[in-house]
Design a protein around this ligand. Structure first.
Ligand SMILES: C[S@@+](CC[C@H](N)C(=O)[O-])C[C@H]1O[C@@H](n2cnc3c(N)ncnc32)[C@H](O)[C@@H]1O
Length: 200
């Protein structure tokens, strides 16, 4: 199986990650940016949706939700765990998101939670105009960037909030929110940048 770049390590550990990812709540993970989200029934895209925790929470809040997850094992878990949630799942990934662009855009909300740092510099340059083009004017994009030790088998880069904000601005995405926090799972040495952008 050809793996989408950035997904390394997730297939083998997908079952073990269910407890960790589903043990967090949408409200807690996104507490810094909740007030910035558009109102339901806005159209939302969760890129790198993992086990579907956030996609399911968005669907329960009344959003129309598309979830994009290129790791088959993660996607299968998400579809099983949230079988009753109104989520349209796609086997699609960054930097191109060709299927999502062709079938589902535009969106009022794009979420990339713990995903962007899986892309290398060249892929980030390619992906930013793509995600910006998926958003409607006034649409919001949220993102988190992980810093710290890289889990075994994963492909991850230390991507700064400064770089990300500057890159986003070049495609009409202004920074609405920026903060830092320690790991909610208390992983040693792990910190996060939390970012939100609006398309102008
Ligand atoms: C740390 S997990 C986060 C999952 C979910 N967003 C959450 O917050 O629980 C990162 C996810 O990004 C996905 N991923 C990795 N590379 C990707 C890429 N190039 N495009 C889209 N998703 C990717 C992985 O398969 C994995 O499910």
């Amino acid at each position: 199986m050809v793996r989408v770049s950035g997904t390394e390590g997730y297939g083998k550990t997908a079952d073990a990650l269910v407890e960790q990812y589903e043990g967090l709540t949408f409200e807690h993970v996104h507490r810094s940016t909740l007030s910035l989200l558009p109102t339901p029934t806005a159209r939302a895209l969760d890129i790198g949706a993992g086990t579907g925790r956030d996609a399911a929470a968005l669907a329960a809040r009344g959003y129309t939700v598309v979830a994009s997850e290129p790791t088959a094992e993660m996607r299968a878990n998400g579809q099983r765990l949230h079988a009753t949630a109104a989520i349209e799942w796609n086997d699609d990934g960054l930097p191109d998101l060709a299927m999502v662009r062709a079938r589902h855009a535009p969106f009022d909300l794009v979420m990339m939670t713990a995903v962007w740092m899986h892309l290398d510099a060249e892929q980030r340059m390619r992906a930013m105009p793509v995600v910006a083009s998926l958003l409607r004017t006034d649409g919001v994009m949220t993102m988190s960037l992980r810093h710290g030790p890289v889990p075994e088998g994963r492909r991850m880069f230390d991507v700064s909030a400064d770089e990300t904000s500057a890159l986003a601005l070049g495609y009409g995405l202004t920074t609405l929110h920026r903060s830092q926090r320690t790991s909610v799972t208390l992983a040693v040495g792990v910190t996060w940048d939390i970012l939100a952008f609006r398309k102008v």
